[in-house]
Design a protein around this ligand. Structure first.
Ligand code: IPD
Ligand code: CA
Length: 271
């Protein structure tokens, strides 16, 4: 049986997260600044991995082993699991952007206690933005509270729709078409974590994706929820191991975006 974490134990981790992310961001930024020497490989079509992804995850594992030796780590590049005191890291989210010198990338770190996300940080050093969230205590951007947008008219809305080869492209195209027909501005910027953070900051009115992995979403979805966005039941079923469809929207546009995105009807996991 799992023993719940005390408030103090969570606070210790919340305080440690920013310093750890800062150090990881400095490491990633050194690779980013030296694009000419960056070693990049493909895991599949449009699925990039760079030496920076590995280096950041390795350093994070060392940080956790030193500061919280009883905690476990799950990462995009090296796997892992365990649910009682689990850190989830996406060492570079928006790797395709990172590998092309586009500054829209971030480090995403979430902390899950007994299967429930409690803490999250999205650190995007190239654009000078750090988002933080703690369950029940709100969300901040660079230390200032943030709120989801109050947009009511879909014709004024901006919705980001994420895409990957994990789901049939036809479903993505059809959902994007439905949103355009309603009058939404649809975009895709290549980092699911930063896309969700934009909803939290009130800069966009929704982030949708037919399937996303836990390391992309654990931190940013908590931040979006804490900022007042409405979110789907992403944290259910085998979300940690297999991911799920994801939707986060400005509260007043929940119904219309959910309907158009098809997320409610999406299959529970990837192909
Ligand atoms: C991907 C990005 C992308 C999202 C994909 C993710 P990566 O992660 O977040 O925006 O649409 O689902 O796999 O490959 O940049 O770490
Ligand atoms: Ca990712």
């Amino acid at each position: 049986m799992s023993i719940p974490l005390s408030d103090r134990e969570l606070s210790l981790r919340f305080l440690a997260m920013s310093g750890m992310a800062q150090e990881l961001g400095e490491l990633a930024s050194r690779y980013f600044a030296d694009q000419g020497s960056l070693n990049t490989q493909m895991k599949g079509a449009q699925d990039f991995v760079t030496e920076a992804d590995h280096a950041v995850e390795v350093l994070f594992r060392k940080q956790i082993a030193a500061a919280f030796p009883d905690d476990s780590v799950m990462g995009e590049e090296m796997g892992g699991g365990g649910t009682d005191r689990l850190w989830i890291i996406d060492p570079i989210d928006g790797t395709a952007n990172f590998a092309r010198g586009d500054r829209q990338w971030c480090i995403s770190i979430g902390f899950v206690a007994a299967g429930r996300p409690e803490l999250g940080i999205i650190h995007a050093p190239s654009i000078g933005e750090t988002y933080l969230g703690r369950r029940g205590q709100g969300a901040t951007l660079n230390g200032k509270p943030i709120r989801a947008a109050e947009t009511r008219d879909i014709r004024r809305s901006v919705v980001e729709f994420g895409w990957s080869t994990r789901m049939p492209t036809r479903l993505y195209i059809e959902a994007v078409e439905r949103l355009y027909e309603l009058g939404a501005h649809v975009k895709r910027s290549g980092s699911g974590a930063l896309g969700l953070a934009q909803v939290a900051a009130g800069r966009t009115d929704g982030y949708a994706e037919l399937h996303i992995n836990s390391w992309d979403a654990a931190a940013a979805l908590l931040i979006a929820e804490e900022a007042g966005a409405r979110i789907n039941e992403f944290f259910s079923g085998d979300w940690l191991e297999k991911g799920n469809p994801i939707l986060a929207t400005a509260p007043n546009l929940w119904e219309v975006i959910r309907e158009a995105s098809g997320i409610a009807n999406a299959p529970p996991s990837a192909n």
